[in-house]
Design a protein around this ligand. Structure first.
Ligand code: 13P
Length: 339
């Protein structure tokens, strides 16, 4: 097994998942402003360092996705952030796209950019300690979207990125995110996600990407956030598994879902349900941003000198999600926050 194949399996090994802490400075500023904390480089580091040095990292977090600013920062004790993450037995990763921009030809949709000078940036990130990477494409659902153009151009960019990441000896996380916004039903999400995934794997194949050394980061199959018709966890799990089984080649070792606007408990419960009835060979795990950080951030904002309580909350969320990768979560465990 090649090094990248080993790393891909290690990141999403049973019981573990990924902490997505790769919010761009713009997104992190929105998150911090929403809890009335000033978005300075120091505050962004402070919060992230609290998470990265939590006990929960050791057992439940196999990898952390960083942003360019963070991978170059040092902890208050002098370690680099990748060294801190490694010291907790987790693997540092890096977001390498430069964001979703207006798609020329269909300007209401987005195309993810960042291919220019990517080869050189990847070499630098490897030297800084990153062993895996992430690139996120976004697709909106409406009567006319996503267009063929958005599906094809984003799949092409994802595949070019993934091939370059592997050339640089890093695992690419391939993230085609079909957004939850809208009033569509679960079937529409199923159809759109299937189409998006098919095109992604067509391009990944064409670009000779070794699928065994990749991780897929998809959305779960959910009704739109404004849909009249809500779906149960069982329905979400069944649809998600069916969609992935039909559209993802079996060589892909692991699938790490994004939370995409689900509440913390919903994201955990749905993943638990997916693992209860998982009839595929994929390791089914998480790569959550908001669903791992939201409550911890709110708590930290009350007193940014407090580390302990914020870490307790993060440890709890990490544990709940870790348990859900083994189908061992249940709602009663949510009340048992321990040290
Ligand atoms: P959410 O879990 O908050 O959707 O973030 C995951 C992520 O990394 C989006 O790119």
């Amino acid at each position: 097994m090649s090094e990248i194949e080993k790393i891909a399996k290690q990141i999403v090994a049973k019981g573990r998942g990924i902490l997505a802490a790769d919010e761009s400075t713009g997104t992190m500023t929105k998150r911090l402003s929403s809890v009335n904390v000033k978005s300075t480089a120091e505050n962004r580091l402070k919060f992230r360092e609290i998470l990265f040095s939590s006990e929960g990292m050791k057992n439940y977090i196999g990898g952390v996705i960083l942003y360019d600013e963070t991978i170059k920062q040092k902890t208050f004790s002098g370690k680099t952030i990748p060294e801190l993450i490694e010291s907790f037995g987790s693997i540092p990763g890096i977001k390498v796209d430069t964001g979703a921009k207006k798609l020329a030809g269909s300007p209401e949709e987005k195309i993810t950019e960042g291919l220019d000078d990517l080869r050189e940036r990847l070499v630098e990130y490897y030297k800084l300690g990153a062993r895996f990477t992430k690139w996120r494409a976004v697709y909106n659902i409406s009567d006319k979207f996503p267009s063929e153009l958005s599906i094809k151009s984003n799949a092409h960019a994802l595949a070019r990125y993934a091939a370059l990441a592997q050339e640089a000896k890093m695992v690419p996380i391939v993230e085609p995110e079909v957004l939850m916004d809208g009033d569509h039903d679960i079937n529409k999400c199923y159809k759109v996600t299937s189409k998006v995934l098919q095109e992604c794997y067509k391009e990944l194949f064409l670009h000779k990407v070794n699928l065994k050394g990749t991780i897929l980061k998809p959305n779960m199959i959910l009704p739109g956030s404004n849909s009249q018709k809500k779906s149960s966890s069982v329905e979400i799990a069944k649809n998600t598994l069916k969609c992935l089984k039909e559209n993802v080649p079996s060589e892909v070792p692991g699938i790490a879902f994004l939370s995409g606007g689900q509440t913390e408990v919903e994201a955990t419960q749905n993943l638990n349900e997916i693992n209860k009835i998982n009839n595929t060979n994929f390791l089914m795990s998480f790569s959550y941003g908001r669903a791992l950080q939201q409550t911890a951030l709110k708590n930290w904002a009350k007193n940014i000198k407090d580390t302990n309580d914020t870490q307790k909350i993060f440890n709890h969320r990490s544990k709940m999600n870790g348990l859900s990768t083994m189908a061992k979560w249940n709602i009663n465990l949510e009340n048992q926050i321990s040290a």
